[in-house]
Each structure stands twice: as C-alpha cells, then as structure tokens.
Design a protein around this ligand. Structure first.
Ligand code: SF4
Length: 393
C-alpha cells in the first residue's frame, strides 16, 4: 500500500478534540480506498481545491435514491477512490442501536467499502462513505436481508428523523419515535423514488428545546407542546435560588414573552401568554412541569443555506393532537406536499415557495386558518394579506 505524507492533515490531529483525520488514518492502515482518500485529501488541502466529481446516476434496482455518486477527478493518481459512492442507510427512530446491529452494518461496510462512516449525516441517516459501483447491489442485498433499508437522497422525501423522545426524556410531549417511524413508513415510495421539486425533510422533536434541530433545518417540523399550565414547585424554586441561580436574570428576563415574574422568592407564570418555548423548564427541570393536554405544533419551511440563504420555520398549526394512526398529520403533510409539488420550480424548497407566493396562498391551498400569532408586528410580515371576510369573522 502506498504511504502518503500528510503534513497538512496532521495539523488537524492537534488539540484536545477527536479528529476525523485520525479515524481516516486508522481505516487507511487496512483499506486501500481509505488510504487513497487520505492521499487525495492531503492534495486538496495543498492545492486548495476539491477533487470530487459529483453525480452520475448510481443506485440499486428499484430505488432512485439512497446512493450518492462520487468520483475522483484524479483516478490515475488515486485509483482506489476512482469511484467513492456514498450509501445512506435509514437510521432507526431516535438513533437507538444495539451493538450487534451496528456491527453487522460495519462488517458489511468493511467487506465492500472504505470502512469510513459518518454517524450521522445532517438528515439523520447512517452514512457509509466510499464504494465502487459494482458492489452496490451486493451491499444492498446484505443490508436489506438483515432488515435495513436505504434512506432518501436527491429530490425526494428525506429520511424522517426524531429526537430520543419518550424513550429517555421526561419532557417529551409526544411519541417522537413512533411518529417518525410512521411517517417513514407512510412516505416509503416518496423516500425511495425521487419525484419532488427538491428535498423535503420531516423532523420530530418532543418539545421546543428541539434536540433534533428541526426548526432550523426541516421543511416540516413537528414539535411537542402542551395546553395546560406550567406547574410550579415553589420549594424547588427556593432550592435553585439557594444553589446560586439568579432567577431574575436567568429565567424571568430571558422569557421571550415576559410572562414570568419572581417576587419575594415566589415564581409566577401568566400561562395564557406563555409561548411554550421551554426555556424556563429546561433551566429549572426540578421546579417546573408542563401539564394538561399534550400534542404538537406544526411548523413549515426551514432550510440550510444551499440555493438561497438559510430560513427558520413558521408555525402553521399551533396545536394538533398527534396519536396513532396520525391521519390528521398525514393528511396535512400530503396537502402541503401536493401544493409545493404543483407550484415549485426545480430545486425550490417549500419555505422559498411560500415566501414567493405568500403565506395566505399557501394556507388557503392547504385549508389551514391563519393565526394572529403568526404576525409579529402588523406590516412586518408582508406575506400576510387579510381579506375583507377574514376581518369580519
Ligand atoms: Fe416563558 Fe418560555 Fe417558560 Fe413559557 S416556556 S414561561 S414562554 S420561558
């Protein structure tokens, strides 16, 4: 095996943090693909340019997504990475694996690919990095025979993902794991066969702390919330104060709606004005607890800055009961996707389309009533245009 000198990459191993370079070196010691990847990456750093060619249609029979084609533009110099395709494996809800399950995937990957993985990609899949075209069907046969499936890629429903939810977190208001699994099953065809204008991501978080970063990245975010009051244990509030927490500065002044007060050692919340942001609860977990009916807030339209800049989600349904078989949620998603599919230009995300067409057109098309809370200040959110009849209601 050729030995590459990697002085520039070596710099990335310095410091107290784990380094992807160290991991590539470990794989390179036993795998020619990983070794050539190391060599090509060092050259990229030296020349300040990338040597990956994107694209080419690669995949497995019956699937249009799940494999991303990558080729080296220097195949003579680095022959073992001439093909370096990525395989996306649909992760289990909440990323719960048994060690055996991880081992079986990694054994398949050591057998056919570079041995390099990315746990996990930003959509949520297990990402297996680097293999040749001719082994794709063998990889798919081996993983699918063990009950795994490919994830989404390209202009398709992307693999839905969820926080760990009720499995480990007492603050989860909804069963994130089940919702994620159900949506994955419901949109199987759209996940494997790209037919959309562009990608569509669904992420499910149990509360507004949003450990799965849905509100910043998912086209549709499903966020657990509650309808009742925040129950306050005043003894626990005293305990936090005694432990050094500055309740006025850390809780009261950071409440986004200004609905908390702290007077003479007693905390009070004006629940009608609470936006369920979770700040106070996340800071004082022993003292505060949501109560009452649980459900989800549905938001639309966030994305990372790929074609145009990054966008955050908008609330479209403040509260929806989400219980099996989740028909209301599935119907809503289908109406949303249909409007987007009918109206979007290629590579236009739903948030961009809403911005271009207006929130009113979107809400009308999907049959959802606008909410006054969606307008931060009159005239500041120009996508709302109230009609005469709306004002009379
Ligand atoms: Fe304020 Fe958020 Fe706590 Fe509600 S959840 S009281 S909005 S900090």
């Amino acid at each position: 095996m050729k030995k590459y000198e990697t002085p520039l990459l070596d710099e990335l191993e310095k410091g107290p943090w784990p380094s992807f370079v160290t991991e590539i070196k470990k794989a390179a010691a036993k795998n020619e693909m990983a070794n050539d990847e190391l060599g090509q990456l060092e050259k990229s750093f030296r020349q300040k340019r990338g040597y990956w060619k994107h694209g080419g249609i690669v995949g497995v029979l019956g699937y249009g997504s799940g494999i991303i084609g990558r080729y080296s533009s220097l195949p003579e110099e680095f022959p073992h990475v001439a093909h370096f395709h990525t395989v996306r494996i649909n992760q289990p809800s909440g990323w719960f694996y048994k060690t055996d399950a991880l081992r079986e995937i990694l054994d398949v990957w050591d057998k056919y690919g570079s041995g390099l993985t990315n746990m996990h990609g930003s959509t949520g899949d297990m990402i297996l990095l680097g293999c040749r075209t001719e082994v794709l069907e063998d990889i798919f046969a081996e993983v699918s025979s063990r009950g795994w499936d490919l994830g989404g890629s390209g202009s398709a429903m992307r693999t839905p993902s969820a926080c760990i939810g009720p499995a480990r977190c007492e603050w989860s208001n909804i069963n994130t794991l089940d919702i994620c699994h159900e949506m994955t099953m419901h949109f199987q065809d759209q996940l494997h066969r790209p037919a959309y204008p562009y990608k569509f991501k669904i992420k499910v978080a149990g509360c507004a702390v949003d450990c799965v970063a849905a509100i910043a990245r998912a086209d549709c975010s499903i966020i657990g919330t509650w309808k009742g009051k925040i129950e306050i244990d005043q003894d626990a509030v005293k305990w936090y104060a005694k432990g050094g927490m500055d309740i006025q500065a850390e809780i009261v002044e950071l409440c986004p709606t200004g609905c908390i007060s702290y007077t003479d050692g007693t905390l009070s919340i004006d629940d009608d004005n609470c936006s369920r942001c979770m700040h106070c609860i996340a800071k004082m977990t022993k003292a505060l607890k949501p109560t009452g009916e649980k459900g989800a807030t549905i938001l639309i339209g966030s994305k990372a800055p790929i074609v145009v800049g990054s966008m955050m989600s908008w609330v479209i349904v403040p509260f929806m009961k989400v219980e099996p078989p989740y028909d209301e949620l599935k119907d809503l998603l289908e109406r949303i996707i249909e409007w987007w599919d009918d109206n979007a230009k290629p590579r236009e995300r739903i948030g961009e389309l809403i911005e271009a067409r207006g929130m009113r057109d979107f809400l009308e098309a999907i049959g959802v009533q606008p909410q006054p809370q969606q307008v931060f200040e009159p005239r500041r959110d120009p996508f709302f245009f109230w009609k005469e009849e709306d004002l009379k209601k």
